[in-house]
Write a protein that binds this ligand. Sequence first.
Ligand code: PEP
Length: 263
Amino acid sequence: MNRARRPLIAGNWKMNAGGQEAFGLATGVADGARGKDRVEVVIAPPFTALAAVAYELHEAKSTVMVGAQNMHHEPGGAFTGEISAPMLKDSGAVWVILGHSERRQHFGETDEIVARKVTAAIRADLRPIACVGETLAEREADQTLEVVERQVRALLDELAKKPGFGVIAYEPVWAIGTGKVARPEDAQEVHALIRKLLTESSPELGAATRILYGGSVKADNAEGLLSQPDIDGALVGGASLDAAGFGKIVESAERLAEAAERG
Ligand code: PEP
């Protein structure tokens, strides 16, 4: 963690808590985040709960922000079943997760599609959390850095249009939902590469962009990861469905940010 960048903890609820359960969970997250002013907290419910959760958080005067888990790259039109960036913005979303590995794997999203979505999100004033990460086969073939470099390069021009507005999440695919978390030093190696690519594109982009780690982050492993110099937060899947556990991750980030402030 670097004190120049405000830590960001984002919860990806995936295809869970899209109905009544969303309210209790969002309230629990808002309660846990209260007073943790050094940290930005985002929750990404399914589309069906997004507007209601955004309204609930607004009424509760919570600083917790709402994000979507995906969107279409066109602003509107004949795309049955799809949702656009302006619609998300209108529904109260501030953020949108793009290019999650589950989208790349199950819905055929390519680097090019992800870049188009990032462009569309920024155009609609919606802040992208763009996900990158290698599969197990790629890691075993020693291709991690190469794969992540390709995925990040596809996004640089878009992110450079508004330095610091977008976020990159490094999520090794083999660590997502498996309980197999990356070792902090291994994650840091990839984050350092991403930082280098951003900085080569523009020093301002490198300094301002937050790079989150995602992949089996839990209350008991968050601190080690967040202590790394180029890890600016976490994208949390499974553990974000438990408000108390998610609150502990937010607490770790707050504690580390406070310690960084003291020097
Ligand atoms: C995710 O879905 O982005 C994720 C990181 O999931 P999990 O925390 O469950 O590994």
